[in-house]
Design a protein. Structure first.
Length: 73
């Protein structure tokens, strides 16, 4: 019985050549706009990290509490 693949053929792997489509790429204008919103203090004030909750309702309530907080001046 003959093998299903050729053992002598070297397969070169190319990693990291994929490019995002034009729809997913942000323009410099969008990036600048996002930066202005962040510096104005109008962005989300939720720290990065992993948050664990006992239920979806608890997670939704936590998110709404943090989104509706007024910034402390």
């Amino acid at each position: 019985m003959e093998p299903a693949y050729n053992n002598e053929e070297l397969i070169g792997k190319t990693i990291g050549k994929r490019r995002p489509s034009a729809v997913l790429q942000s323009t410099p204008l969008e990036t600048a706009s996002n930066r202005h919103w962040r510096h104005a203090g109008l962005g989300l004030r939720i720290k990065r990290g992993v948050y664990r909750f006992h239920s979806h309702e608890e997670a939704d309530q936590w998110l709404m509490d943090h989104l509706t907080q007024t910034p402390a001046n």
